[in-house]
Design a binder for this molecule. Structure first.
Ligand code: SF4
Ligand code: SF4
Ligand code: FES
Length: 370
């Protein structure tokens, strides 16, 4: 088949960037990584990119295709070529580009190390040197997090990291959950304290791009939600994000609605809210703030209260509650006709990656942190 690629080339020494187009013949089963190999072998040996396993295991070949992070060895090119589409290939975002499609992974590994990605001592050893048995229910809590191959695709697309490069980020936090949720770990509370600090779990904007782009179904945003639930379960709720989440629950239980008018005072306190009165008044004038009085209560509020009581009665707090909800949704989606199935790979072999409006990001992956 005939394939064409546009590749953002970058020379780290001169700082020069150029979008070059390559056309070549490739076998029908070729992946994006195979195509890059063809370009390097037959057309331009100076093209740089990372690879190793070629089978979605090592995590080396993360890059952007049409502005969205992919594993190059996972993307089949047949349908793309058939459509005559010429994808733009560029380096991953949120990490400094070294050359062409190669990024400096040091900031990524620094955050990985910062969450202490190993079991900490302190757990009770099983008697007679037997193995430490863990129930399936507990394993379910960290099952997805354990699938991470450290490819960086989630980090590439993280909104929060674009505005705050110090944010721990989806990969590091998913790794943190891997150990917070492990009953053998002896430092759960210390971890939750550390991850709840500045640049931690509550700085996530919940954009879900990390879930969308993760090629292994780790769902890092869900891992961050589990960390939040575990932190609150342990009483670590000083952050505004935690207060915000608590108010969601109270509001839903008492009124059946999310009462946004009270969100700011309940989250930030009265004094801080007063400083935002001018902004609130301008929103109110444009009809964007519902009147605070009388409190609006949903007609079927009793159902919201019943649901709250059922969940409370089951006492599945923290990450266990999150996993229960996730599995319940999975069952609904599996049984309801037309429902969206979980774990659909973000890049179905032979199809282009899911598109979203990225403005000019697809064309402007920079030589510095993007
Ligand atoms: S959901 Fe949070 S961690 Fe994931 S990409 Fe968005 S901001 Fe980053
Ligand atoms: S969470 Fe997914 S996207 Fe992020 S590093 Fe791990 S495998 Fe890659
Ligand atoms: S080359 Fe190993 S994941 Fe793609």
């Amino acid at each position: 088949m005939q394939v064409a690629l546009k590749i953002w080339r970058y020379d780290g020494e001169t700082g020069e960037r150029a979008l070059r187009e390559y056309e070549f013949d490739a076998p029908e089963e070729a992946t994006l990584l195979d195509c890059l190999d063809i370009v390097k072998d037959r057309i331009d040996g100076s093209l740089s990119y990372r690879k190793s396993c070629r089978m979605m295991i090592c995590g080396s070949c993360g890059m952007r295709m049409d502005g969205a992070a992919v594993l190059a060895c996972k993307v089949r090119m047949y349908d793309v070529a058939q459509r005559g589409h010429v994808p733009v290939i560029s380096a991953m975002g949120n990490l400094p580009v070294v050359k062409d499609l190669v990024v400096d992974m040091q900031p990524f590994w620094d955050k990985f190390k910062a969450v202490k990605p190993y079991l900490q001592p302190g757990y009770i050893e099983p008697p007679d040197e037997r193995e430490h048995l863990i129930t399936q229910e507990r394993m379910n809590v960290v099952h997805k997090e354990a699938l991470c191959i450290n490819c960086g695709c989630c980090v590439s697309e993280c909104n929060s990291m674009e505005s705050d490069p110090e944010f721990l980020g989806p990969q590091a936090l998913a790794k943190g959950m891997r150990f917070v949720g492990d009953p053998r770990d002896g430092a759960k509370v210390e971890r939750l304290e550390a991850y709840s600090s500045e640049h931690g779990i509550w700085d996530c904007t919940r954009c879900y791009f990390c879930n969308e782009r993760c090629p292994k179904g780790v769902d890092p945003r869900d891992a961050i939600a589990k960390l939040g639930a575990e932190a609150m379960h342990e009483g670590i709720d000083r952050d505004m994000g935690a207060k915000h989440a608590k108010w969601f629950v109270t509001s839903a239980k008492t009124t059946g609605w999310l009462r946004e008018t009270e969100l700011v005072p309940k989250t930030q306190g009265i004094v801080s809210s007063i400083t935002q009165m001018k902004f609130a008044m301008s929103l109110a004038r444009r009809g964007k703030v519902p009147p605070p009085f009388p409190p609006h209560v949903a007609e079927d509020v009793v159902e919201a209260r019943r649901l709250h009581d059922i969940v409370k009665g089951q006492d599945r707090r923290g990450a266990l509650g999150h996993v229960q909800g996730e599995r319940a949704l999975g069952r609904i989606e599996h049984t309801e006709e037309g429902g969206t199935k979980r774990d659909v790979p973000e890049t179905t072999p032979g199809e282009p990656p899911v598109q979203r409006d990225l403005g000019d990001r697809a064309e402007t992956s920079k030589g510095g942190a993007a």
